[in-house]
Design a protein around this ligand. Structure first.
Ligand SMILES: Cc1cc2nc3c(=O)[nH]c(=O)nc-3n(C[C@H](O)[C@H](O)[C@H](O)COP(=O)(O)OP(=O)(O)OC[C@H]3O[C@@H](n4cnc5c(N)ncnc54)[C@H](O)[C@@H]3O)c2cc1C
Length: 461
């Protein structure tokens, strides 16, 4: 590790109100360098735990002037561990989690290091929510900047479709606001282009009337996997936009309230979320229940409870390896392949999800935001997860083989938030026709590629 300029560090210390953490300076550094994926073990030269925009400016200026590799950490959930970097500087936003609701305007302003649970906690008392994901421990930052696929995608679009404005610190240390009026090119690029363009210190989102929903998991035995997947595929392509359900191969948790006959067994599930009128929910679920799920935990549930239902199953520190693709259709042949590989989940935590991204998420055209796959109907993610690092080869091999088998049926690109560090071609295929414009915006706002700990978009020459 190269030595830091101690005089510059002293000056930085005087400038920031947050914490400066360095190797050998106590246990907080050791905690702060951990990210969600237990496979990632990196030792930054310095972590700046920012508390406000001024801290972020000071940290970015320091990293750039000292020629350090710079990582920006939001919720720390990225699979490849983009939020942390060996020998470099981490702009750590984990102390910037403030959320302010404007109930009149139906908007919420969220600091860049917040997690979705912070947002739900703040908006739920107002009976409102904004589209997020399927778990509450994920960071608002990375999830939104890459897309944001969740329970409300079919109803209100991706998280990034609900962005009204962002406040950012750029590579040159300047503070800017980007929205439909100001810095339009930047606003276009951050809606899908990830953390490539600067540090977002706060996000402003539209809110929607979502409070009590009708949702939860339904589970079927593995033998019914092909039949259920085909039914779900046909149903969700035509379903009204106020209903969402994602499909999974999973292991049934070995505990109550799951029936003993299914505990620890491989199975398939659909996790539902209906946001229409509650008095119509039972009626709306009749055709779904006609598929005779073996386990049915679907019912009225407060939105934050649905959002956090799986948090405890996936605590931080597990080993994660994932592969992804978008699909326009799921042919019967593709379903057969899913049945083959989904039946081989290599560990209890491993899973495969298919999220619907039709409905409201289809409304923008592919070039309206950097997120390009508006013509895809499904986002697949194959997730090898286990607590024991010794099982990593098994997880990785399964995920790669599964992906390779399905990839020929895919739309040709993947969701940037659900891939590992898989190289430039993978990034290009995720953005398709939008890639060139992204490189131009990158050249304007980050010409020296300071922000490159991400699914990197190289600045145009
Ligand atoms: C358990 C789990 C569940 C998930 N569920 C979903 C889901 O339901 N839907 C979905 O769409 N995705 C989901 N994801 C994927 C998730 O969107 C990505 O992992 C995302 O990158 C996480 O963002 P983060 O801020 O937590 O991560 P980080 O690792 O902190 O950051 C990820 C990337 O975003 C950048 N970044 C983060 N915050 C900022 C900021 N404020 N300004 C600039 N750059 C920033 C970082 O530099 C990095 O490049 C899930 C991931 C996990 C591990």
């Amino acid at each position: 590790m190269g030595k830091l300029d101690e005089k510059a560090v002293l000056e930085l210390r005087a400038k920031v109100r947050g914490d400066l953490l360095r190797p050998g300076e106590g246990t907080i550094y050791e905690e702060a360098r951990k990210v969600y994926n237990g496979m990632i073990d990196r030792r930054p030269a310095i972590i700046v735990r920012c508390v406000d925009v001024a801290d972020v400016m000071a940290a970015v200026n320091f990293g750039r002037d000292q020629k350090l590799a710079v990582a920006v950490r939001g919720g720390g959930h990225s699979g490849p561990g983009w939020g942390i970097v060996d020998d470099g500087l981490v702009v750590d936003l984990s102390r910037m989690r403030g959320v302010r609701v404007d109930p009149e305007a139906r908007t919420v302003r969220v600091e860049g290091g917040a997690k979705w649970g912070d947002v739900d906690h703040a908006t739920h008392p107002f009976g409102m929510a904004t589209p997020s994901g399927f778990i509450s421990s994920t960071g608002v930052g990375g999830l939104t900047l890459g897309g944001g696929i969740g329970y409300l995608s079919r109803t209100y679009g991706l998280s990034l479709d609900n962005l009204v404005s962002v406040d950012m610190v750029l590579a040159d240390g300047r503070f800017v606001t980007a929205n439909a009026k100001d810095n339009k090119d930047l606003f276009w690029a951050v809606r899908g282009g990830g953390g490539n363009f600067g540090v977002v210190t706060s996000f402003e989102y539209k809110l929607h009337p979502v409070s009590q929903v009708y949702g939860g998991p339904m589970i079927w035995p593995l033998e019914k996997s092909g039949e259920v997947l085909k039914w779900w595929r046909d149903y969700i392509l035509k379903a009204p936009e106020d209903i969402n359900g994602w499909f999974a191969f999973l292991n049934v948790p070995p505990a109550a309230p799951f029936p003993e006959a299914y505990q620890g067994k491989k199975a398939v599930g659909i996790v539902w979320c209906y946001t229409g009128p509650m008095e119509k929910a039972e009626e709306r679920f009749k055709p779904i229940r006609a598929q005779a799920p073996a386990i049915d935990f679907v019912g009225p549930v407060p939105w934050p409870a649905l959002q956090s239902m799986f948090d405890a199953l996936y605590p931080p520190g597990l080993q994660w390896y994932w592969k992804a693709d978008f699909f326009k259709e799921l042919s019967d042949k593709a379903v057969d392949l899913h049945v083959k590989y989904g039946s081989q989940l290599p560990s209890f935590h491993s899973t495969m999800h298919i999220y619907p991204i039709n409905g409201a998420a289809h409304r923008p055209a592919p070039a309206d935001t950097a997120f390009s796959f508006r013509d895809a109907n499904f986002a697949e993610v194959i997730v090898g997860v286990d607590p024991d690092p010794a099982n990593n080869p098994k997880l990785t091999e399964w995920a790669k083989n599964y992906w390779l088998a399905l990839h020929p049926h895919s739309a040709g690109g993947a969701y940037v938030n659900m891939i590992m560090d898989e190289g430039e071609d993978m990034v290009k295929s995720a953005y398709r026709d939008n890639y060139k414009r992204l490189t131009e915006v990158k050249a304007k706002y980050d010409p020296n590629n300071l922000f490159r700990q991400n699914q990197n978009i190289k600045p145009a020459k």
